[in-house]
Design a protein around this ligand. Sequence first.
Ligand SMILES: Cc1cc2nc3c(=O)[nH]c(=O)nc-3n(C[C@H](O)[C@H](O)[C@H](O)COP(=O)(O)O)c2cc1C
Length: 169
Amino acid sequence: MNNLREIKLEEMNIDPFKDFRNWALVTAYTNGKHNTMTIGWGGLGVLWRKNVATVYIRENRYTYEFIEKADYFTISFYEEKYKPALTVYGTKSGRDIDKDQETGFTPVILDGAVTYEEASLTIVCKKLYQAKLEPEFYLNEVAAEFYKLNDDGTRHHLYIGEIIKILKK
Ligand SMILES: Cc1cc2nc3c(=O)[nH]c(=O)nc-3n(C[C@H](O)[C@H](O)[C@H](O)COP(=O)(O)O)c2cc1C
């Protein structure tokens, strides 16, 4: 049992331009373990006649190791009061600490995916496509400029997931 109820897509009150900029969490679950990190980039839209969500995960994140293998991932959104917790998820690595323990967030185990009791809204995605954003395909200097800052040679990978469930607190 948990405090989340399923809502319809039409009831989802998300402004992707605002709400990703205000931070969200991505959680990926594989082999009985999950890892969570903060994201500021993401998208919602339509592809292959499906409702989809897209996230961009740099390959040096611990979460990358999970989302690469996972069948599902969740994107969850939070009230402003949880910003300190989202700062932990966005500045510390699951390689070094148990972030759930540090934030006190309560994981909610779904079918093949994980979110948190604290989330105002969770989008459950079934992975449809994943790919590296290859430097040879950058068409202008924007991406190249982005990676010049503290370049460690790692790049972002995009993950497109079909929105299969939306859960609200
Ligand atoms: C506000 C904010 C937004 C972020 N957005 C992204 C993002 O969209 N993609 C990404 O790869 N990393 C992003 N990060 C960085 C990761 O959240 C951060 O590196 C995190 O510590 C990775 O944790 P992990 O190693 O446990 O996966 C963001 C960090 C913050 C604070």
